[in-house]
Design a binder for this molecule. Structure first.
Ligand SMILES: NC(=O)c1ccc[n+]([C@@H]2O[C@H](COP(=O)([O-])OP(=O)(O)OC[C@H]3O[C@@H](n4cnc5c(N)ncnc54)[C@H](OP(=O)(O)O)[C@@H]3O)[C@@H](O)[C@H]2O)c1
Length: 255
């Protein structure tokens, strides 16, 4: 089951899981792209693909996914969908902030709370929570998003420890800039002196192979190196300022 599986990293997870022979349940807000990838994956990999169209900030969409999970054996749950408010905290609307909180934090919590007990009962299952490098420290202009991604990372790492003795693998994935439709729509562009932009399939492949091996990963060797250097060498205050200044320069270019 991939919550947010119609494009980008979510679609890359779906494709990799279908390639491994898993039937799929995919959700997204927009029906047409979702139905189109569902047909494509079903045809290409000869698997069954069910879809749930709806906004994950809405309880009805979460309940629709949980209802399917009650009838099927969800082997792998990928919590991928995210809302990314961008801009000065004081200028981003409250509705957008609350939607980010609902989609990025409440939805994964809801789905995991509903599905983990059955995984534990079967002593088998896996949960992937998409986080972000933005969630590893304060990230100006991404404040709400970064904070929700810190929640996802800490939730994943905590559950990794709690559920591993019950046969359930949990992984938090900190992606850096990744060439997805969402990233491109947000005006994503390679930044000078930043690690190279990754492809969605590289993130999904690395995540799936790390499942069961560690609580969380930073995707991509350059992201790992850059963050190891930043987290170990720079005082936290300097790291936050450096990232904030780099985001501000992109924002100024965009404005
Ligand atoms: N791309 C990056 O550079 C990057 C970097 C760090 C972390 N990440 C993380 O990686 C994950 C995927 O990112 P991405 O760039 O692949 O995203 P994306 O291209 O924007 O795709 C997100 C997926 O989630 C669905 N979705 C979004 N909002 C939804 C909502 N309210 N209800 C239901 N479905 C919703 C989208 O479908 P609809 O549009 O039809 O709803 C789509 O299937 C996110 O958790 C993000 O925080 C991405």
């Amino acid at each position: 089951m991939v919550a947010g599986g119609s494009e980008g990293i979510g679609l890359a997870f779906a494709r990799r899981l279908a390639m491994a022979g898993h039937d799929l349940v995919l959700s997204a807000e927009k029906a047409q792209p979702l139905e189109s990838v569902a047909r494509e994956l079903a045809r290409e990999f000869a698997v069954t693909v069910e879809t749930v169209v709806g906004d994950l900030s809405d309880e009805r969409s979460l309940e629709a996914l949980c209802a399917i999970a009650d009838e099927r054996e969800v082997g792998v749950l990928v919590c991928n969908a995210a809302v990314v408010p961008f801009g000065e905290f004081l200028k981003v609307g409250r509705d957008e902030k609350m939607k980010a909180l609902a989609v990025n934090c409440r939805a994964p919590l809801w789905l995991i709370d509903a599905m983990a007990p059955r995984m534990v009962a079967r002593k088998k299952g896996a949960i992937v929570l998409m986080s972000s490098l933005a969630g590893r420290q304060g990230s100006a202009l991404f404040s709400t998003y970064a904070a929700t991604k810190a929640f996802d990372l800490v939730l994943a790492e905590s559950l990794w420890d709690e559920l591993r003795d019950h046969g359930v693998d949990v992984l938090g994935v900190c992606a850096g800039a990744t060439r997805t439709p969402g990233w491109l729509r947000a005006g994503g562009a390679p930044m000078r002196f930043a690690p190279p932009v990754m492809e969605p399939d590289d993130v999904a492949r690395e995540a799936l192979s790390a499942l069961g091996r560690r609580p969380s990963i930073i995707a991509g060797v350059w992201n790992k190196l850059a963050y190891a250097a930043m987290e170990r060498l720079l005082p936290r205050r300097v790291a936050i300022e450096t990232l904030g200044n780099s985001t501000r320069s992109v924002f100024r270019t965009r404005a």
